[in-house]
Design a protein around this ligand. Structure first.
Ligand code: FES
Length: 131
């Protein structure tokens, strides 16, 4: 079963400016690119950062926290998170707490994100959710 849920009015969406909407207790990332509108779960598949705070360019959203990138039409991973120094050095630390933090960071996978079909009716944006 599926259900169509209202998200916003098309006029609220500026071209190439991602936004976050709370829908059915879930944060939804929405971006309008020319005539297309895309919807994803608004949680990075690496460590859960809000994706609408990232950088959007040409069909890709790059997470602001560690740089993982996703295709907005599918939620597929374009490239995985990157741990720049000093984060990439944490797993070699003498301090056991920092070392554990570094090991956890390195072990965290970058997973694809759930995407949702978008429908526009009378200039209102809806997404289809599994029910
Ligand atoms: S939380 Fe997004 S790349 Fe780490």
């Amino acid at each position: 079963m599926e259900k169509l849920v209202r998200v916003c009015h098309v006029e609220e969406l500026e071209h190439d400016k991602p936004r976050c909407y709370r829908v059915e207790n879930m944060d939804i990332f929405i971006v309008r690119h020319w005539a297309n509108i895309y919807a994803l779960e608004n949680r990075c598949g690496h460590a859960g950062a809000p994706l609408h705070r990232g950088e959007y360019t040409d069909g890709l959203i790059v997470c602001a926290l560690h740089g993982a990138a996703y295709r907005v039409e599918s939620g597929e991973v374009e490239w995985e998170a990157i741990l720049p120094p000093p984060m990439s050095e944490y797993s070699k630390s003498e301090n056991p707490r920092i070392r554990l933090f570094g090991e956890l960071l390195e072990a965290t996978e970058t997973l694809p994100i759930k995407s949702f079909p978008v429908t526009v009716q009378d200039d209102v944006v809806y997404i289809t959710l599994p029910y």
